[in-house]
Design a protein around this ligand. Structure first.
Ligand SMILES: [Zn+2]
Length: 124
């Protein structure tokens, strides 16, 4: 197992529009507005290993969701940040399918409809 040194990784900002659900990703400091509102970046505050379950198979990373995914409380996006980029998946209420990412070291970041965000390191 190799550990991921987060300080060497590029970090991204995620903006989720509360009205239309659109997700915008930025690699630098920008101001984003959608549906005539200025958006604040999702605060990726702490590590959480309970909301997503990871399984590596061959060259793929399967991510299953342990979250209610109701209309009022759901994960709006999951992103895999690697040292040179980001792969983004948009999620919707009632969506409980597994997500499939290419197998990469980095960190998974996700945001809730409440605006909170979490991360989980991915090492392999
Ligand atoms: Zn919008």
């Amino acid at each position: 197992m190799l550990s991921v040194d987060l300080k060497d990784m590029k970090t991204f900002s995620y903006f989720v529009c509360p009205d239309c659900g659109s997700v915008t990703v930025s690699s630098s400091s920008v101001s984003v507005s959608c549906c005539s509102k200025s958006l604040k970046p999702c605060l990726i505050s702490s590590e959480d290993s309970s909301s997503l379950a990871l399984k590596v198979e061959d060259d793929e990373l399967f991510v299953s969701i342990n979250h209610p995914m109701t209309k009022d409380d759901y994960i709006t996006f999951v992103a895999l940040e690697t040292y040179d980029g980001v792969i983004l998946r948009k999620l919707y209420p009632e969506w409980n399918e597994s997500l499939i990412f290419p197998k990469r070291r980095g960190r998974l970041v996700w945001g809730l409809s409440s605006g909170e965000g979490y991360y989980l390191k991915v090492s392999m």
